[in-house]
Write a protein that binds this ligand. Structure first.
Ligand code: C5P
Length: 205
């Protein structure tokens, strides 16, 4: 079974998807981390004399850790610079095709909760359950600020810029799949969101 969770920046996708996966005994897939790895490699490559194609990048998940070419990049891929760069590399059709293919292969067997922007629309339109997770801009910015320690206004500007790029790009823009259930998490406690999605999974089984 595959549960697809898509939505804009800071809607709580990662924490919710991780918790739902743990509760159901499914494997969690953070597709944003894959775009972030491509972005980190691109930033690192700027000092080198050529840019490496995505096919050469070794991206692995080891529990909660993200590995790029066997180095632990779990923290390095979370900087604001990598976040912005990730949403830029994510507009590249070749990058998307390569990562989507890997995501399809990874999720072909077993039970998954996969989270990103295009899981229900492009990666796995056959997902048994599709959730589109949203929250108000202000709440999303406040949540991120609490995690990062940056000012709310900076987080707000940052997420609006990334959302705009994700929604207006030509290749697989961020949008709710027609058959996705929209869950607005504004003002909802985290446990209630997990509860609601777990209930939706039970219904879809
Ligand atoms: O989810 P996260 O914020 O880690 O994703 C980083 C960036 O990667 C997003 O801003 C988006 O541009 C891109 N992304 C994507 N498709 C996905 C997952 C992430 O385009 N499935």
């Amino acid at each position: 079974m595959l549960v697809a969770i898509d939505g804009p920046v800071g809607a709580g996708k990662s924490t919710v998807a991780r918790a739902v996966a743990q509760r159901l005994g499914f494997t969690y897939l953070d597709t944003g981390a894959m775009y972030r790895c491509v972005a980190l490699a691109a930033i690192d490559d700027e000092s080198a004399d050529r840019v490496r194609p995505v096919a050469e990048l070794q991206i692995d998940f080891a529990g909660d850790a993200v590995m790029l070419d066997h180095a632990d990049v779990t923290a390095a891929i979370r900087t604001p610079e990598v976040s912005q760069r990730a949403s830029q590399v994510a507009t590249d059709v070749a990058v998307r095709e390569a990562l989507v293919e890997r995501q399809r292969k990874l999720t072909a067997r077993g039970d998954w909760v996969a989270e990103g922007r295009d899981i229900g629309t492009v990666v796995r339109p056959d997902a048994e359950l599709k959730v589109f997770l949203t929250a108000s801009d202000e709440e999303r910015a406040a949540r991120r600020a609490a995690q990062t320690g940056r000012p709310v206004a900076e987080e707000l500007a940052d997420l609006r810029e990334r959302d705009e790029r994700d929604r207006t790009r030509e290749a697989s823009p961020l949008r709710r799949a027609d058959d996705a259930v929209e869950v607005d998490t504004t003002g909802l406690p985290f446990d209630a969101v997990v509860e609601r999605i777990a209930a939706l999974v039970e219904e879809a089984r």
